[in-house]
Write a protein that binds this ligand. Structure first.
Ligand code: ADP
Ligand code: MG
Length: 133
């Protein structure tokens, strides 16, 4: 089934001017960029976007990182987009991500792991609404 999922390019990538490279990888892997925007997260949006992590010990670090620079949001579509994008993105911890995944190539750590990909269809719907309205 063709699905839509949310993709974010995080501050450690935008800061290094590697947005184009990362978008090229998703396009070469069969994803269509349906919507695209560059913006900065504020505290309210970070709290809502990452609400499942609000109580975690790493949350303030995560929130500060995500608000530190402009980021890119994209709605991507293809067959089985949610699971295929998670596969392409790789493990949360960049140092553990499989070779060839976006996080293995562009991630710097577990926190600064280059990109976000929705973890389920339900999350994708919620996150697309949050970022694109
Ligand atoms: P994923 O993005 O792979 O779905 P999670 O939902 O578990 O991972 O975490 C959300 C984001 O929070 C991660 O992408 C990463 O940026 C950050 N994060 C997760 N765990 C840690 C941690 N132990 N220390 C610092 N940042 C973390
Ligand atoms: Mg997650």
């Amino acid at each position: 089934m063709r699905q839509r999922t949310l993709f974010l390019i995080k501050p450690n990538v935008t800061k290094k001017d590697l947005i184009g490279e990362v978008l090229q990888i998703v396009e070469k892997n069969g994803f269509v960029i349906e919507e695209l925007k560059m913006f900065k997260m504020d505290e309210l949006l970070a709290d809502e976007f990452y609400k499942e992590h609000l109580e975690k010990s790493f949350y303030s670090e995560l929130s500060e990182f995500m608000r530190s620079e402009r980021i890119v949001g994209a709605v991507l579509s293809r067959e089985e987009a949610v699971s295929k994008l998670r596969e392409l993105v790789g493990d949360t911890d960049s140092n553990k991500a499989e070779l060839g995944t976006i996080r293995s190539m562009y991630g710097d750590s577990k926190g600064e792991n280059a990109v976000h990909a929705s973890d389920s269809l339900k999350s994708a719907e919620r996150e697309i609404k949050l970022i694109f309205g």
